[in-house]
Design a protein around this ligand. Structure first.
Ligand code: SPV
Ligand code: MG
Length: 431
């Protein structure tokens, strides 16, 4: 009997999926691939059902003969294993970033005479509503909050991009690229104090108060589903930090990162050019412990950021602090540097990992930007944050446009580099 293969990555079965199964049945024995959690987070969107639950769900569909796990978004391994005569898929994969995956499948099947069957994509009110419900579920605080811990278990490196508004949040949420036949996207958002302050025309000195920072988070949570890591600066007074922890948990934020500085905080990228005071190990440990005690959910993470390398206090000081902060209850360590050469960051990671195999390590490669995610991961880094690149790309573009309109006394000269009016007025989806 011929074999018909289809790959699913859904949490809810609707008539579109049933239609695919019914079509597949016409061609032979129906084998459904459940795309693995690991592949799913890069390909589509995070699942609200664990892999095992999805397998059970697909098995229960009438007409499905077998369910297998598809480990990779490319079908190579699964096609080699099953040698399906037909691969059935909704015809929506003919366009957009998924088209490269279809091409890849076509190539693979051609080698032995297999065939793709494109089934017209089912699009109606019910299917649209189910899709919306899934998305809305993911945006709810209880789902969003736990996602960072889930991601840490699912992927070698969690890729985080800065967001400081609804619009930048949407960019992090929706940007998908195709590279070497695979799709890729960001896992989470970083609410940078630098970019949140800069967007308001204010310096990054804890001047933008927590009420305003929480408002920024709300603007972002209203239009996105991805998890959030909040830049908590110094955390403020311990007596205030415990309230911040509760507020962040309530909003569905997954983690706060607080740095071991006190007094007037300035941005770390100033290094020793400005006066900055490092908190003692005891002071910072007490703040971490108080935050952990105040926290109500098991999901939320308090990550301790160490400024010893920034303030040129040495590797040993950085490591001593890291071990002490983990002992005080920190769920992760962020190590920062403003050197172009990543050597000191890698040395820290190697030495920390030699002792502590599990505590997540976070890095922010703004200065040491030559290093790739893969290299960082091979030294034990778990989370990489691109902390300010969206702001730094938008600002010069806007400034140049303003200058050129002043220069030419009209806007025609800048038009070529602008988003078309049709696109800007339809950029935001309406409900
Ligand atoms: C931020 O993005 O605000 C940070 C990272 O704290 S850095 O600017 O590199 O200090
Ligand atoms: Mg900051």
């Amino acid at each position: 009997m011929k074999k018909a293969y289809t790959c699913f990555c859904t949490d809810i079965i609707h008539e579109g999926h049933l239609n695919i199964i019914n079509e597949a049945k016409k061609y032979g024995r129906v084998i459904v691939g459940a795309l693995s959690d690991r592949a799913l987070i890069r390909y589509n969107r995070f699942s609200t059902l664990p892999q095992e639950e999805r397998i059970k769900l697909y098995r229960s569909i009438e007409g499905v003969d077998e369910v297998v796990i598809q480990e990779d978004m490319l079908y190579d391994d699964v096609i080699t294993l099953i040698r399906p005569d037909y691969v059935i898929h909704g015809d929506n994969w003919k366009n957009g970033p998924e088209a490269s995956i279809r091409e890849h499948v076509e190539e693979k099947l051609k080698a032995y005479g297999g065939e793709i069957i494109d089934v017209p994509y089912t699009f109606n009110e019910t299917v649209y509503k189910i899709d919306l419900q899934l998305k809305e579920k993911l945006s709810m605080p209880e789902y969003r909050r736990k996602r960072l811990r889930q991601l840490l278990n699912m992927t070698d490196i969690v890729k985080v991009m800065e967001a400081h508004s609804g619009l930048t949040g949407l960019i992090v949420e929706k940007t998908v690229v195709e590279r070497e036949g695979k799709l890729d996207q960001f896992d989470a958002m970083w609410i940078s104090s630098l970019c949140d302050s800069t967007a308001k025309g204010k310096p990054d000195i804890e001047l933008v108060d927590i009420t305003s920072r929480l408002r920024t988070i709300e603007d972002i949570t209203e239009v996105t589903t991805k998890p959030i890591i909040f830049d908590g600066d110094t955390g403020g007074l311990t007596e205030h930090f415990v309230y911040t922890v509760r507020s962040l948990e309530r909003l569905g934020v997954s983690a706060v990162i607080i740095e071991d500085k006190k007094g007037l905080k300035k941005n770390s990228l100033f290094g020793t050019e400005v006066e900055q005071t490092q908190a003692t190990i005891e002071e910072m440990s007490a703040k971490i412990a108080a935050g952990k005690k105040a926290q109500l959910t098991d999901d939320f993470m308090i990550i301790a950021r160490i400024e010893s390398l920034i303030l040129e206090r040495g590797m040993e000081d950085a490591l001593n602090r890291a071990f002490a902060f983990v002992k005080a209850g920190a769920d992760g360590i962020m190590i920062h540097s403003r050197k172009k050469d990543p050597a000191e960051i890698l040395e820290f990671c190697d030495k920390f990992r030699a002792v502590d195999k599990n505590t997540p390590i976070v890095v922010v490669p703004s200065s040491f930007n030559v290093i790739t995610e893969e290299e960082l991961s091979s030294h034990g880094v778990n989370i990489v944050i691109y902390a300010n690149q969206l702001t730094r790309s938008a600002f010069p573009a806007m400034q140049k446009t303003a200058e050129d309109i002043l220069r030419y006394h009209r806007a025609k000269e800048v038009d070529d580099r602008l988003m078309p009016i049709k696109e800007i007025i339809t950029l935001i989806d309406e409900i």
